[in-house]
Design a protein around this ligand. Structure first.
Ligand code: DLL
Length: 434
């Protein structure tokens, strides 16, 4: 079992934790009401008096914050401190429109570093490790977030950044990197490239992977672990709330501990906005209770998950969130049936011969939705034998239809023919929107 970075705060009893959360929540509400006109207007419109929040249940009286609020207040309208107190700015590139701009005070950066150090320690990283960071350094929060956490632990950090997979591999081999930080899909790209190289996986010293920034299934975890011969851990975060370091797995790997002394999680019904009882699957809503520059109240993450309040064997008391199924806005509605790309991934990974690279293409034939699943197959798969190929395709189509409740056409494509991504993978092309 790994060390606990901050035992005092990570193992607080529920009563102490609740008291701490309430006091930090009250402070934060005072600050956002006094300093952010968007919150003042919203609270006034909803008739919420900040002083009337006396328990954590009262949080439910407060309005949500959405990406639209951030868009309307672009770039600095949601900052609670003047820019002279902001020492770092990051942003998240949405798929459409202007990016979201987020800021950090010196204290915010310190807390952020502590929290990334927490989950990296929980994943088994220590001072003796050589941490290879293959996220892009820049406006994206991933690289800087984990960089400072690893330094605080005392590990040796290689700020490699993204791209140039061959060079990444050479550096990992020569510098003997023991921990790899990137998206899970990029970890597979590295595995593919390694397998093609003459030196093979044994030339690496990797022990652990810290993967996040995109949804990935348990099947994908198994694939990465066996191909890179490492323990693969998951960590979660979003720029609006802080970046990486909102939640991370311990080595029990049964959900990611949400760092509840800094964030209050809720699960809501994404349609009605009602808070759901513990254990329900729904949209994760997060409230920041320690941030100075950019505190979000009831921020709707759009990520679909559920929370587990059962004690964890590691001793940490913070609630665990299950691997996300994806974002509610990534959920595909195909002929009226709701499908998450990760459900398709689970199924493909179970089929011998499918490579873990796939693309989903949605289209419309008249008024009927169609889904084509393009799958790379490995070289051993009979491209030249039509009959066996047909049987293989039928098998996958049947599995997909029975698991998803909606039919899909499967198209096998040549190995290495689908686009590889250095950052977040883009699995879906939805031509219905054009
Ligand atoms: O992706 C922050 C991050 C960087 C997290 C590095 C972990 C590691 P954004 O670019 O703002 O921030 O994207 C946030 O990415 O709402 C989720 O939909 C998705 N996401 C992040 N981590 C995970 C994860 C960073 N472990 C959005 N599993 C979030 C599933 C994730 N989805």
């Amino acid at each position: 079992m790994s060390r606990i970075w901050d035992p005092k705060n990570e193992c607080l009893g529920r009563d102490e934790l609740t008291a701490l959360q309430l006091s930090r929540l009250k402070d934060t509400l005072q600050r956002v009401y006094a300093n952010i006109p968007c919150y003042k207007d919203k609270f006034d419109t909803y008739g919420v008096q900040v002083d009337s929040v006396r328990s954590l249940d009262d949080l439910q009286k407060l309005p949500f914050t959405t990406k639209e609020d951030l868009r309307l207040n672009y770039p600095y309208g949601m900052f609670a401190v003047p820019l002279k107190d902001v020492v770092r700015i990051h942003s998240s590139s949405g798929t459409t429109g202007k990016p979201t701009v987020v800021g950090y005070t010196r204290n915010d950066l310190n807390n952020w570093t502590e929290l990334t150090a927490r989950f990296m320690t929980a994943a088994g990283v220590g001072p003796e490790d050589i941490v290879h960071i293959a996220f892009g350094y820049g406006l994206f929060t991933g690289a800087f977030g984990l960089h400072y956490g690893a330094e605080r632990i005392g590990a040796s950090v290689i700020p490699m950044s993204s791209g140039n997979t061959d060079k990444q591999i050479m550096i990992m081999q020569d510098y003997r990197s023991t921990a790899l930080v990137c998206t899970p899909s990029y970890a597979l790209t590295i595995a593919d490239r390694m397998e093609k190289s003459s030196k093979g996986i044994k030339s690496l010293s990797l022990k652990v992977g810290l993967f996040g920034a995109e949804p990935w299934s348990e099947e994908m975890r198994k694939e990465i672990e066996s191909r890179l011969d490492i323990v693969a851990t998951d960590n979660y975060g979003l720029s609006e709330v802080m970046g990486p370091g909102v939640a991370g797995e311990c080595l029990n790997r049964s959900g990611m501990h949400i760092f509840e002394d800094h964030f209050i999680p809720e699960i809501i019904d994404p349609d009605s906005g009602e808070v759901l009882p513990p254990g329900s699957i729904g949209e994760l809503v997060l409230t920041c209770i320690s941030k100075e520059a950019f505190p979000m109240i009831r921020y709707r993450t759009r990520d679909i998950t559920c929370l587990d309040y059962e004690p964890c064997a590691c001793g940490r008391t913070h609630v665990r969130m299950r691997k996300t199924m994806g974002r509610s806005d990534d959920m595909l509605i195909i002929k009226g049936v709701n499908v998450f790309p990760t459900q398709i991934e689970e199924i493909l990974f179970q089929v011998e011969g499918c490579e873990p690279h796939y693309q989903l293409i949605l289209d419309r034939d008249g008024s009927i939705d169609t889904l084509e699943v393009q799958i790379e197959v490995n070289e051993r798969i009979f491209f030249d034998e039509m009959k066996r190929q047909r049987e293989f395709v039928n098998k996958i189509e049947k599995k997909l239809a029975s698991a998803l409740g909606v039919g899909a056409t499967v198209k096998l494509v040549e190995p290495s023919s689908l686009k590889r991504h250095e950052g977040k993978a883009q699995r879906v092309i939805d031509n219905r929107k054009t």
